[in-house]
Structure formats: C-alpha cells, structure tokens
Design a protein around this ligand. Structure first.
Ligand code: N01
Length: 532
C-alpha cells in the first residue's frame, strides 16, 4: 500500500480524538484519524454492558468548546447512560463533519520516529502506512481491556464477555447461569441488571469495593435552564474544582475529626442522600487523613449492613480499606441485589480463581459451572493502550523500554526522546481524577497551541526536555504522597495488572495543573524545546 502523508495523525476517535481532529483541521493541517472501533465514541463505544452510565453528571460530562452545541444538546438524565453518551459523540462527529477524516476499524500497530526527517511512520493492522509530522495519541486511559490469563480459559465451552469489549447488539442472559469476575465500577453497575435477567448469577469477589447510591433521575428542567442561562460561567467555576465538575455541589470544608458523633452522622446521611461522588465531599479531610477517612468508611459499612439481609454476605461485601482510594463506585441497587435468591457471592480473596474448565471455573478447589462468564476485570489503565503499540522514538528507543519502571512524561503531554508525539490525558495529567471531557478539551487546546508555536517559529519538531520531565514526574509523585491515594492496590497505581510497575499515574488537582500549563505557556513553553 502506498504511504499516505499527513501533517497530523490522531489515534482514537473518542472525545479526545474528535476534538483534536476538529482543532487541527481548523488550523489548516491535513489530519487523519485512526480508530480501531467501527464508530466514534471511544470508551462509550466499547462499554455497552447493561447498566453502563457515567458517574459525572451530564451537564458537566460534555464538551464546552462550542456554546451552540452545549445549548442545543438535551441530556435526559442526571447521569447519562452509555447509549445517550454514544449518541452525543455521534452527533458531534456529524455536526462538525469529522467522520470523513477518520478511518475506522483500523488499529495502529507501530509508530517509529525518524530524527532526520522529524517525522513519524505509522503502520496499521490493515497494512496502511502513514507518514506524519505530528502524532497525537488520543487512545484513552481505560481502553486496554485486562483479561487475566486464567489457565484453561480456551477450554471453556460457554460464552465469555469483557465489560469493556461488550457486543454491539447486547447480550441476552435470560434463563442462563452466569458467573461474573470482579467487583469494580463495571461489575457494580451491571450486576443488578444481569441478576434481574439471568436464571442465576455468581459473583467472584477478590476485593470488596465501596459504592454509594448514584441516585440517578430524570434531568431537572429548572436546574438545566439555570446552568444553560450562563453555561460559560458554570464551566469556568467547574474548572476551579479539584476534579473539574460540580461547581454548585455542596462541600463540607471542615474536619470530620472536629464533629460530634451526631453531627457526623447527620452530615454523612445528608451527603449519602445527595448521591454519587458528592459523598466524599461531606467533610474537607476525608481523602487527606486516614482517621478522618475511617469515619466515612464506617458509615458506608453500616449502610451495607442495613441493605444486605444476610449478615455473612454483608460482611463479605464490606470493604476493609480506605474509601475513595480505589475509585469510588456509584450504583443503583447494587447491595440490595444480594438479597435476591438467584445471586451468590463467592469470596476469592484467599482462594483465587485457579483455572477454567470446559464447564466453568475452579476457585478454592470447587468447580462452578456456567453458561456464560463475564469478565469485569478492568483495564491496563493509562499506559496499556500506548504500550500495546510498538512506539519508537529517537535512536529507536521503544516506549516500553523508556517506561519500564513506570510512565515518564512532561505534563502528561509529551515524552522526552519522542518528539512531535503527544499523549492526550496521559499519565502525569489529572485525566482519570478529573472530568475527562474537560481534561481532553484542555489537552487538545494545549497541543494545538504547542503546534501553532512550533509552526510560527518555523521549527521541525518539539520535544519535552529530559530535566523538565524528571521534575514533573517528581512533582506528580510528591503530590500523590500527600494524599491517601497510594495506600491501596488500585489501577491508578497499576496494581491490578501483574508485573506492572507500581507508580501513581494521575496528577491530583485540576486547578493547579491548569495553573502550571498557563505558567509554561507564559514562559514560551518552558520545558519544551524546538528542533530546527
Ligand atoms: O475495573 P476495576 P472496572 N481474579 O479495575 C477484579 C471506570 N468506569 O472496569 O480489586 C479475581 O475497577 C478486581 O479485583 P481487585 C472507572 O474509572 C467508570 O470495574 O483487583 N478478580 C476488581 O474487582 C473505574 O474505576 C464507570 O482485587 C479479579 C475488578 O476485577 C474504571 O473504569 C463505570 C482478577 C476490576 O475492577 C475501571 O472499572 C465503569 C482476578 N484475577 C468503569 N483480576 C462509570 O462512569 C481483576 N479482578 C460509573
């Protein structure tokens, strides 16, 4: 196949890729989008499992770059379900005429940099070769599905599904005996719906997870009208929040340690009723201090005991550690589902899932037989989608070598030794700890600005300086150590994937990150260097 030449190749057509393509085309660059899926939407294309919905409210989890777009789109629920978010991504692709620039069902297999031409050669599984100056990885933080390598998996005669790679047309579990492995967000959302349909559902839980009721409901027209009457101001205030959403949400700034037992109980109850992530905003120190956090964790455990009738099951479902250390889950009737006669919980914390057989799986020496097994086993987060490609920078050094001890980036945007390669919401940026749509817009605009600067300066390439990268990685680490986040085996640390280096990957605090980007820009993109 003949090599095709572009100014920019954007890998991924989720929220990040769509806006990046739009911006670069607007700058007059020739742009090619490459997407492994059959359509746009990224994570919302793949995660079609029952119950899949966002845990950031719809009015926040949407683009802000176009006021007509944010005014015209109607979200029907407080927390949008996957089909509506996918429809929104499709609408954006249509409205901004992005599809003609994107090649679907095409997976990038390798990307190699040539320091003489300052260009990247990108190859795909379809045999295409692209020659591009800029390569932008809009590949998502949670898009490399993780299926543990259970022995015998291939022998299993039933159907298997991964929540993150769900079949396009859904799955009918009516009358079937289903097993599900995992109890993270995807499992917690899908279990109530699978249980309602299947004949029998067995949940294999390795670590109990904290979940709070989402309290999803239809959108409130008055609240929507209020936000839309001054959306730019709402967005501006949202960007000042630690996670870039919910500027009007109540937040307790005082310490739980200073509250009386009655005050604590009242406040936790009030925030529990609000639903979703707001619960962790009940007091100001819940994520900063282990003793403070324990009060919130105890409160949720007491709720689990109220909701789950069988005391032994309630005990197994009660998480032991720090609430919010692993990503907090938001559910609709998750715990109550265990009161159903057709739902069984198997604790695999001490006796892991050992292997699969033709009929099911073996855990703790017992064989469980199933028609279907669902893997709700998560993702090789933040780095997986990049490291599954063969990416090579200067001197042929591979990204796998460079990141052998954990990801190294400057601002989560660029990697020293990999000129003209940009990572959107990469490790070292707030990414998964903030509103992802706001994060991708911020990165798309910043990458656009860096490229505009390079072109104005008539340079051939831009690269993160190694010292800037080293300092930034250190900053990200130090910041995480000030919180409770590093104290559990979360995917933020890569702990869910055997052999992955244990490094806290996201940067905590959207407003400080924004301030840093602004400072860098004001100092003529300090830390980035141009090559001519
Ligand atoms: O994945 P997870 P997820 N044997 O990694 C278990 C976003 N998201 O897809 O905790 C047995 O959280 C594993 O056990 P353990 C959100 O950011 C958002 O659910 O490692 N079990 C865990 O229970 C979320 O955090 C939304 O001990 C095994 C589960 O599998 C992120 O995606 C909805 C195992 C994996 O949980 C990932 O969520 C869905 C093994 N060998 C997802 N290997 C919303 O917006 C793994 N597990 C609401």
């Amino acid at each position: 196949m003949a090599t095709q030449r572009f100014d920019a190749v954007v890998v991924g057509a989720g929220f990040a890729g769509l806006y990046m393509i739009h911006l670069l085309r607007g700058e007059g660059l020739s742009v090619k989008g490459l997407e492994r899926a059959g359509g746009v939407g990224g994570t919302w294309y793949w995660n079609r499992y029952p119950g899949c919905r966002c845990d950031v409210e719809s009015l926040d989890y949407s683009y802000q770059f176009s006021d007509p777009l944010q005014q015209e789109w109607v979200w029907t629920e407080r927390y949008s379900a996957q089909p509506e978010i996918l429809a929104y991504a499709e609408h954006v692709a249509t409205r901004f005429e992005l599809r003609p620039l994107i090649q679907f069902e095409t997976r990038v297999t390798s990307a190699h940099y040539d320091e003489h031409t300052h260009r990247w050669t990108v190859a795909t599984d379809k045999g295409d070769v692209f020659d591009t100056r800029f390569l932008i990885m809009a590949t998502g933080c949670l898009s490399a599905a993780n299926t543990p390598a259970f022995p015998g998996l291939r022998d299993f005669k039933g159907r298997t599904f991964h929540t993150g790679l769900w079949p396009q047309n859904g799955v009918d579990f009516t009358g079937r005996r289903v097993g599900i492995i995992g109890t993270g967000s995807s499992a917690i959302q899908s279990i109530p719906l699978i249980a309602a349909q299947a004949a029998d559902l067995t949940v294999f839980q390795r670590t109990a997870n904290f979940s709070v009721p989402a309290r999803n409901r239809p959108s409130d027209p008055a609240a929507v009208a209020r936000v839309k009457s001054n959306y730019p101001d709402y967005r501006r205030r949202a960007r000042q929040q630690a996670a870039a959403f919910g500027p009007d949400n109540p937040r307790g700034l005082d310490s739980v340690l200073a509250a009386t037992p009655a005050q604590r109980q009242r406040r936790f109850e009030e925030y529990w009723q609000l639903g979703g992530f707001m619960f962790l905003g009940a007091f100001g120190d819940l994520m900063l201090n282990e003793a403070a956090n324990a009060y919130a964790a105890d409160f949720v455990r007491s709720k689990i005991r109220e909701m789950v009738k069988d005391p032994q099951t309630a005990e197994l479902l009660s998480p032991k550690g720090i609430i919010g250390c692993k990503r907090l889950c938001a559910d609709t009737h998750y715990y109550e589902t265990y009161n159903r006669a057709n739902v069984h919980l198997v604790d695999v914390s001490q006796h892991p899932v050992e292997r699969f057989t033709t009929r099911g799986l073996v855990a703790g020496g017992v064989e469980y037989t199933f028609d279907d097994v669902v893997f709700a086993t998560g993702f090789d987060a933040m780095t997986g989608s990049l490291l599954r490609m063969d990416i090579r920078g200067k001197n042929g050094v591979s990204l796998n070598e460079k990141w052998a001890a954990g990801p190294l980036t400057y601002l989560g945007l660029m990697i020293a030794g990999f000129p003209n390669l940009f990572t959107m919401t990469g490790p070292g940026s707030p990414s998964v700890l903030a509103n992802m749509v706001t994060g991708v817009e911020q990165h798309a605009e910043y990458i656009h600005d860096v490229i505009t600067w390079l072109r104005k300066e008539n340079a051939n390439a831009v690269e993160a300086r190694i010292d800037a990268e080293r300092d930034w990685v250190q900053t990200v680490n130090v910041r995480s150590q000030l919180t409770l986040y590093p104290r559990c085996n979360s995917w933020y640390l890569g702990a869910n994937v055997p052999g992955k280096p244990r490094v806290f990957m996201p940067y905590i605090g959207f407003p400080d990150y924004t301030a840093k980007l602004d400072d860098v820009r004001a100092e003529h993109f300090a830390g980035f260097e141009l090559q001519r």
